[in-house]
Ligand binder design. Structure first.
Ligand code: GLV
Length: 312
């Protein structure tokens, strides 16, 4: 009998994952935190989202960790994470599409002055606004992995000049690309709508600070659908309050859930959503996980592996 598959997340009960895994793998020994993990020596695969630090290290015979998010910072934050156990992450076209939609929604809402029109409607004011042509509204996507590339290409298809920034150099048809520290300044200086999809790593923590916001052109808009840890919150608030930035749509925060007394909740220039830009959906995310469990059991190389050194 193959080893057990453990669902290690407190966000949902894991029933939907069980259904998908059973459909792909047949009968499985499936365990959840809620129902009890039983003898944890029998756990072969852990599907994990924000596991309690130290927990995964107690699964002595675990052969693969599957991150239930595309970001793996929630795993690498565990300093007892068992070394040598391969980490894979979900790759989910459904999630990728949702992320692009999120960025496009807020970008268009800003670009087409929808919040100003909503205020005019409340005042019963018929007041056309000056508008910026799409070809002059420069989109900049930080992070050019699967999500960033999809997002940048969709903006380009809508007629916006789209650029991307990544740690290492990349070439993508139709997208202006920048990389490294020097490229970061140039990238920010030409970006009217900044979209963050970077992973959270040692190098990207606090990257969006006062200096970065000041490098954006006056009136720039910021969309964060990556990780709150990239942002120095006090610096973002200062940039919004000074009028340098025109607004922000934030889905992710340094502390989640966002504390009730946080200024973002009521800031007139900030839209807050509760980390929903790209929800992991077992219906679309399970196929690559099933593939990897089959590969693991057949002794074949795994797909979607994470390099713990780079953090993605
Ligand atoms: C969600 O934040 C994810 O990492 O997939």
């Amino acid at each position: 009998m193959a080893g057990a598959i453990a669902y290690i997340s407190r966000d949902t009960d894991g029933v939907a994952w069980r259904k998908q895994l059973e459909a792909g793998l047949g009968q499985i020994d499936y365990r959840t935190i809620a129902d009890g993990l039983g003898n944890t020596d029998e756990i072969e695969v852990a599907l994990a989202w924000k596991p309690k630090p130290g927990l995964l290290a107690t699964f002595k015979n675990m052969k693969m960790i599957v991150s239930l998010g595309m970001g793996v910072d929630h795993l690498l934050a565990d300093d007892k994470l068992p070394e040598g156990v391969p980490i894979t992450r979900i790759m989910d076209d459904g999630l990728v599409g949702q992320m692009s939609e999120y960025a496009i929604y807020w970008a268009l809402r800003h670009h087409r002055d929808i919040d100003k029109y909503a205020a005019s409607q409340r005042a019963k004011a018929w007041k056309p606004e000056e508008f910026v042509d799409s070809i002059h509204r420069r989109i900049g996507v930080m992070g050019l992995g699967t999500i960033g590339q999809d997002t940048a290409k969709k903006f380009a298809a809508l007629g916006f000049p789209a650029a991307g920034w990544s740690r290492t150099a990349k070439t993508i048809a139709g997208i202006e690309t920048f990389h490294g520290a020097d490229g970061f300044r140039k990238f920010l200086a030409r970006t009217d709508i900044l979209v963050d999809v970077l992973p959270l790593t040692r190098d990207t923590k606090g990257l969006l600070n006062a200096q970065a916001f000041a490098t954006l052109p006056k009136g720039a808009y910021f969309i964060n659908m990556a990780r709150g840890g990239h942002v120095v919150d006090a610096d973002l608030l200062t940039a919004l309050d000074s009028g340098h930035l025109s607004g922000a749509a934030l889905d992710v925060f340094n502390t989640e859930p966002l504390p009730a007394d946080h200024p973002y909740w009521t800031h007139p220039k900030v839209h807050v959503t509760p980390h929903i830009a790209g929800a992991t959906n077992p219906r679309t995310a399970s196929s690559s996980v099933i593939e990897n469990i089959k590969r693991l059991r057949a002794g074949q190389p795994l797909i979607n592996r994470v390099d713990p050194k780079t953090g993605y």
